[in-house]
Design a protein around this ligand. Sequence first.
Ligand code: ATR
Length: 272
Amino acid sequence: MSTYAVIGDPIDHSLSPNIHSAAFREMNMEHTYIAYRIPKGELEEGVESLKKIKIAGFNVTIPHKIEMMRFLDKIDESCSIIGAVNTVVNENGMLKGYNTDMDGFLDPIKKRNLQIEGSRVLLLGAGGAARAIVAGFAKEHAKSITIANRTTNKAKELAEFSQKIGLESKFVNIDNVENNVEKYNIIVNATSIGLKNEQCPISLEGVNKNTIAYDIVYMPMNTDFLKKAREKEAIIIYGYEMLLGQAARAFEIWHGVEAPYNAMKRALLGVA
Ligand code: ATR
């Protein structure tokens, strides 16, 4: 029996313990998965205490995804490209970091057989999650990406990173996104706008039935962005799908067997 955790702050509303516990039940595994609050600035001590209890592995979330890189002994390629970590394996005190956000993000797009290659992307946000998403679009050969963020400088930095890994890129302040977004094939919200039921920050004029609208906010499930995109008959992808995708991949890294995706999904959506 081993113990797993998710670390972050705030952490009390994390759904990861529910998802992983459901997977353990489904697979008859006697492991436990706990939520552990580590405030910003206390990561080093927090990680030490996890090692002391011989944690088998842990997920990392806001605000530690980038800082956690410093405490890793080994870094998987998924992690080094993105520069952020969300999944850690503890091999006898040696911590190895992975990033499952990128594949978790791509998962629902692939499940729907939607095409990324050659597409024009509008990405709202320039934080840790946005970075993993940019890497995903580069991997799948999107044509171009426009990064829109509240803090323009961060959009600029992420646009430079995008360029470096092979995407044509532009950046803009989120308040200055064009009024008609018809030229974009895919629009992703990777900001936290929507978590508190805020209005969609851009005009969705020009969105149509061929546009993919993807929100990584999973609570609430139906954000204002997705509601408005649905009114335009866009192809909708929910934030919970990325959450499940990254959790399933973390499960597979830790346990070496295929994740019980449907049981994890049932736990997340609260259906029997
Ligand atoms: P994550 O790891 O989920 O990406 P993050 O790194 O804290 O979290 O990034 C949060 C993103 O949401 C950022 O792009 C942030 O914009 P800033 O770079 O300007 O901070 C964006 N964001 C959060 N609250 C916002 C708000 N009220 N309006 C606009 N953007 C917001």
